[in-house]
Design a protein around this ligand. Structure first.
Ligand code: IMP
Ligand code: MG
Length: 225
């Protein structure tokens, strides 16, 4: 963990979803017709995602809700999480004596093609990182898999000398390929499965799905590039 992230309180692994969790039958929920036949099951229903984010916002406010925050959303997968998180942070800020001023910025990285991690991480967009100097940065990411993406991003950002960097990741995967990176705030710890929905994609598909679901072999084949 980087020097300026060291005094983070440990909020643990988040909601831990065990490897033998069967998920929810798709027929119990609604989801877009164009994905019928492409999914295995619902891993995390949309309502639970939003409820968990509300608590993450409370934890974040407790730690850094007394200062200005630069929220750095990692697109595209982080956009739903970021939007809901910022909404909850705003609500807490409005209804308490904590006064936080937030700016939101967006960056794009691409590390996955099909469901395999690529060797090279592409940085596709984003503002000049030098604007982060002296700022309290909250990185908002969809999922930490191996941790490689987040470590690469953190080392780029640290060069610009922000005051503080915290990382919130909606999901953390239990994978043997993990490099041990742990976010400061984790929504859910999930089995080593490729998941889609709630802005997480498989080759740009499934972002328009509310629940976090496990894609099936048919879905992987259908949307393979
Ligand atoms: P890492 O470098 O292995 O930690 O990969 C992190 C990035 O890969 C995330 O920011 C995601 O964009 C992408 N990713 C990892 N696992 C999944 C998944 O199950 N579904 C969709 N995207 C994923
Ligand atoms: Mg991501």
């Amino acid at each position: 963990m980087a020097g300026n992230r060291e005094e983070a309180p440990d909020y643990g692994r988040g909601v831990v979803i065990m490897d033998d969790w069967p998920g929810y039958d798709l027929s119990l929920f609604t989801y877009p017709q164009h994905y019928y036949g492409d999914l295995e099951y619902v891993l995390i229903p949309h309502g639970i995602i939003v409820d968990r984010i509300e608590r993450l916002a409370k934890d974040i406010m407790k730690d850094i809700g007394y200062c200005d925050i630069m929220v750095l959303c990692v697109l595209k997968g982080g956009y739903k999480f970021c939007a809901d998180l910022v909404e909850h942070l705003k609500n807490i800020s409005r209804n308490s004596d904590r006064c936080v001023s937030m700016k939101v910025d967006f960056i794009r990285l691409k590390s996955y093609r099909n469901d395999q991690s690529m060797d090279e991480m592409q940085i596709i967009g984003g503002d000049d990182l030098s604007t982060l100097a002296g700022k309290n940065v909250l990185i908002v990411e969809d999922v930490v898999g191996t941790g490689r993406t987040m470590k690469a991003l953190l080392s780029s950002i640290e060069k610009y000398k922000p005051n503080k960097i915290k990382v919130a990741s909606l999901l953390v995967k239990r994978t043997p390929r993990s490099d041990g990176f742990r976010p400061d705030y984790a929504g859910f710890e999930i089995p080593n499965l490729f998941v889609v929905g709630y802005a997480l994609d498989y080759n740009e598909y499934f972002r328009d799905l509310n629940h976090i679901c496990v894609i099936n072999e048919h879905g992987k084949e259908k949307y393979r590039v």
